[in-house]
Write a protein that binds this ligand. Structure first.
Ligand code: UN1
Length: 505
């Protein structure tokens, strides 16, 4: 059970209300009760981080790396408990939750080494008795705002590198994953991350935005990291732009999967099932549109429909394809989306498919919400490019199918919604895979594998409406949390001028 929201607060308590984080599989189970904070608290936390960052940045980078190593080890020692909490708080199937916790462990492992590898360069000067150097300097304070669908793994993509690079963090997790966030922050503090270097703030969207605005105006935030919807990402991008900052934006996706005529169909069906309906479609990397070659369309759709009918949806502590929606907000959003599109589509696999174990499915898409926020898997065939379902991210267990004839056409269909996060192609021809990779606008491309489930040390991120080109994870994220600083060191004892003295050597 949770108490208190942020640290370093001077704002009066209670003004912004309480939030009850509920188990979406068992709505009576209140997992956390948190105090929501307002803009002043966000600002206070950022100022506190600013103070703490000076000291933290003076801790040698390999020692900061060791602290992050300790964090990873503590997470590992508490792996089952943390995964259990994720399952209870957001309804993620337990085996997937274990995988998610593994992802933070892997991320910590990776960045431990980076503490010993924040290399700079020595650069030759154009003048004698002079040496040039480059250093990676911390950015300062990072404001990190994360979604709750990956309440452990995604925060770690920001926290681990930001801390190793010598930054302090203000972290505003999704309120519907409040208990998981608190558990994680506590492990980080226990591992030796100074309280001021990692500040946890619970707040709703608007107060967070206002707090961020105040902190940017105050000069207390130097970098913003945001994982969430494209609409909010745009607002954050605009706000940061006013302050001449480039945020790290990891936004939505309408991720295509192309099934070529030469694909191994069973493999493609398995990939589509996991990508589209796994995690209830609630990943930014979830499959959006299936683009299937005309010649294999009927066979592919019939096998996929069978797989969906055999799938089990329900209690996330058991072996299920997916559990409930993350939270009431997502259930409501998905429901109104379904109502909007239902009249326009020939829907396969709605009420007739996918056994929902924990409830008595009512007629329609929706399970019985008196037990949990369950929805049946939906497969829509005959998708047209003007359809809302083709263009808009859904964040639920629904996928549409359209067909193509040439690879160029498939690529064009894949790029058309304007997102560019991940994409997959199923083919047995390496040339097709290669040409697909070249043509598709996604930041992450898979051949004969899922659109989701990226490995933890590859650059993660998207283009177009999926983000502003920033990449998290691996060595690439270091560029987000450090800034290059050069040192121009003259030991000639005279004033040497660049661009003028070249000939004087
Ligand atoms: C997200 O949904 O925001 O690649 C992240 C994946 C996961 C992370 C998804 N490792 O699907």
């Amino acid at each position: 059970e949770e108490t208190g929201g942020s640290t370093g607060s001077s704002a009066p308590r209670g003004e912004y209300g309480q939030y009850l984080s509920r188990n979406p599989a068992e709505l009576d189970d209140v997992v956390a009760r948190v105090q929501l904070d307002g803009p002043d608290t966000f600002l206070a936390a950022a100022r506190r981080a600013k103070q703490a960052q000076r000291e933290w940045s003076r801790v040698p980078a390999p020692v900061r790396g060791r602290v992050v190593a300790g964090f990873g080890r503590l997470v590992e020692a508490n792996k089952q408990a943390l995964a259990g909490l994720v399952t209870r708080e957001i309804g993620k199937p337990y085996t997937e939750a274990l995988g998610e916790v593994q992802e933070i462990i892997d991320t910590c492992d990776y960045f431990v080494g980076e503490g010993r590898r924040l290399y700079g360069q020595t650069v030759p000067s154009e003048m004698p008795d002079k040496q040039l150097f480059t250093f990676r300097a911390p950015v300062g304070v990072a404001a990190v705002i994360t979604a709750g669908n990956f309440p452990v793994a995604v925060p770690s993509w920001y926290l681990a590198p930001a801390l190793v690079c010598g930054n302090a963090v203000v972290w505003k997790p999704a309120e519907y994953a409040a208990a998981t966030a608190r558990a994680l922050a506590e492990l980080a503090w226990r591992a030796g991350v100074p309280a001021g270097a990692l500040n946890l703030v619970y707040a709703e969207g608007q107060p967070t935005f206002e707090g961020l605005r105040a902190a940017l105006e105050d000069g207390a935030v130097d970098k913003v990291g945001f994982t969430g919807s494209s609409d909010v990402g745009r607002d954050i991008g605009e706000l940061c732009g006013r302050h001449l900052q480039t945020p790290c934006l990891e936004l939505g996706g309408k991720n295509p999967m192309v099934v070529a005529a030469d694909a191994e169909l069973d493999l493609a069906v398995e990939g589509a099932l996991f990508s589209g309906w796994g995690t209830g479609g609630q990943r930014c990397t979830s499959l959006g549109n299936l683009i299937v070659h005309r010649d294999v369309h009927d066979e592919f759709v019939s096998r996929l429909d069978t797989a969906l009918r055999e799938a089990t949806i329900g209690n996330p502590t058991q072996d299920v394809l997916y559990g409930p929606m993350l939270d009431r907000k997502f259930a409501d959003g998905f429901e109104s989306f379904l109502e909007e599109i239902a009249p326009h589509h020939r829907v396969l696999g709605s009420e007739s498919t996918g056994r929902i174990t924990d409830s008595n499915p009512r007629k329609g898409f929706r399970g019985d919400h008196s037990t949990g926020l369950y929805y049946h898997p939906v497969l829509v065939d005959g998708l047209r490019t003007e359809d809302t379902l083709f263009r808009r991210e859904t964040f639920g267990p629904i996928v549409g199918v359209t067909t193509f004839e040439t690879l160029e056409e498939a690529i064009e269909l894949g790029n058309m919604p304007g997102y560019g996060l991940s994409a997959a192609v199923y083919t047995t021809d390496p040339g097709t895979a290669f040409r697909f990779r070249e043509g598709i606008g996604a930041g992450m491309v898979s051949a004969n594998n899922s659109t989701s489930g990226a490995e933890a040390h590859l650059p993660f991120g998207g283009n177009g409406r999926s983000g502003n080109g920033s990449r998290l994870s691996g060595m690439w994220v270091i560029d987000q949390f450090t800034r290059w600083q050069s040192l121009n060191w003259d030991f000639s004892g005279k004033l040497q001028k660049a661009q003028m003295d070249v000939g004087a050597v």
